[in-house]
Design a protein. Structure first.
Length: 245
């Protein structure tokens, strides 16, 4: 079952997709990772639950600039995806460094040009899930690196969002757990693991209080949009909608 693997929740996310660029979520103390890539989705997963994604900026060349922010002093894992919107040719590449798989920033860093694979036929992907089997090793350009697991509950070396919980060769991030036609990765109602963002970590609906009462209602179960007589507060005494001209 897809949701059985949900042990690490993405606490903060900003979904910015399509060429044209974007910026990541802001943190109390953060630093920027910059570089260039072929048209690419860049994601950062950090061990305090922080998550951000951006797309590289189309500039008419094969070296699109990108900029993504992550918290300083925190282990972060980078995942980069070319042909993101093409399931047949999608290439999902975990990034690694000479001294480990995670990066820790104390200041901004430029990773230079990252030579990601554009042709899935050339990708090392024996299990067919479009996540390459061997991370791409790049230069950290002076940033601290280590090999601590990040958002990797099962310890298999890949963040949980890019596991394949139901063995259908589709990573969790590209599943559509609520069947709305939008993959979990870009579904504002779900996090990347398919959890409903309207629910808390215990599965309780955030629209309800701890006792299961609808926060839109008062303690007696009356709709707060209505007055004590059951009249809609949006309407005047004659039943006319106050929001209408």
């Amino acid at each position: 079952m897809k949701k059985s693997i949900l042990l690490s929740l993405v606490a903060t996310s900003l979904l910015i997709v399509g060429c044209g660029g974007g910026s990541s979520t802001s943190a109390a103390t953060n630093a920027k990772i910059t570089g260039t890539v072929p048209g690419t989705l860049i994601e950062a997963f950090c061990d305090n639950g922080y998550y951000a994604q951006v797309t590289s900026t189309q500039n008419g060349t094969n070296q699109h600039p990108f900029e993504i922010e992550v918290p300083t002093g925190i282990n972060c894992r980078l995942i980069m995806t070319t042909n993101e919107n093409d399931p047949t040719n999608r290439v999902i590449t975990p990034i690694a460094f000479s001294n480990g798989s995670t990066i820790v920033l104390n200041s901004d860093v430029n990773l230079g040009n990252i030579p990601l694979e554009l042709n899935y036929q050339n990708a090392d992907d024996k299990d067919g899930d479009h996540v390459v089997d061997t991370p791409l090793n790049i230069n950290s350009n002076g940033a601290e690196t280590n090999d601590n697991a990040v958002q990797d509950a099962d310890g298999n070396g890949i963040v949980d969002s890019y596991d394949d919980a139901d063995d259908d060769n589709i990573p969790n991030a590209y599943e559509d757990d609520d069947n709305d036609g939008i993959p979990n990765l870009h579904d504002n109602n779900n996090d990347q693991n398919g959890n409903d963002n309207n629910n808390d970590q215990n599965g309780n609906d955030n629209n309800n209080d701890q006792n299961g009462n609808d926060n839109n209602n008062d303690q007696n179960g009356n709709d707060n949009n209505n007055d004590q007589n059951g009249n809609d507060n949006n309407n005047d005494q004659n039943g006319n909608d106050n929001r209408s001209n």
